[in-house]
Design a protein around this ligand. Sequence first.
Ligand SMILES: Nc1ncnc2c1ncn2[C@@H]1O[C@H](COP(=O)(O)OP(=O)(O)OP(=O)(O)O)[C@@H](O)[C@H]1O
Length: 248
Amino acid sequence: MSLTLDRVSLMTASGRLMLLEDISLRLTWGDRLGVVGISGAGKSLLLRLLNRLQDPTAGRILWRDRPLTEIPSLEVRREIVLVPQESTLLGMTVHEAIAYPLTLRGVGTAEIQHRLDEWCDRLKIPSDWLPKTELQLSLGQRQWVAIARALATQPQVLLLDEPTSALDVGRGEILINLLNHLTEERSLIVVMANHQLDQVRQFASQVLHLQGGRRVAYGPATDVDWPGLHDNFVAARQRADENWNLNP
Ligand SMILES: Nc1ncnc2c1ncn2[C@@H]1O[C@H](COP(=O)(O)OP(=O)(O)OP(=O)(O)O)[C@@H](O)[C@H]1O
């Protein structure tokens, strides 16, 4: 069982700009891929391709040895679940938001309650959040509920786009520990885009470093030169800021 990117590229609709270029990688059960790169590197676009919100303009993505483009999008999204950077509860309460995707999947009432209890417990979601709507939650709390909603669907691949960006350090640690535990406990692949290198270091079994849509490095996390990567980020951010100042 694997998720494979085979020389995947993505161009803008005009065909003028290459957004992702020639990305290859292979993930199997238990893998935890950290996708790193400065802002604009292509991390979110990569997650969108994996969730079939967009299709590559060149190359192939294979899920369980089938081209993703040949699997109906709804089927893909039942197995490969994306938690976007800014999640919404679509006007529902926390309770409804977690239960709704399960109802759509035909999960029975007792099982829905069981999963709600399980994920609220594992993610330490207090019961007084359950009747609240997103207007009564902070950005970080909303992000947290979106993660619970995704996990309750029992995905086979979980795609997280900057899941800890609005969370305090404690919640970030709970999430990383939980993900590490889950990938060992059940058949799960996790792909997480994250700016925060210290968190990626605690989480990832593999690391993909993107810069300007290109793969700078990809391999086991144990091979990563973390201080070197940090310095690379600082330099890349400085170059991006200088460009920004020259071309405001
Ligand atoms: N539909 C589009 N048309 C043209 N350019 C796009 C499109 N979508 C994204 N881009 C550009 O592609 C680049 C990569 O965007 P992406 O959102 O994947 O970056 P990112 O690494 O996730 O950044 P961040 O960390 O800020 O979320 C950016 O320069 C963005 O402006």
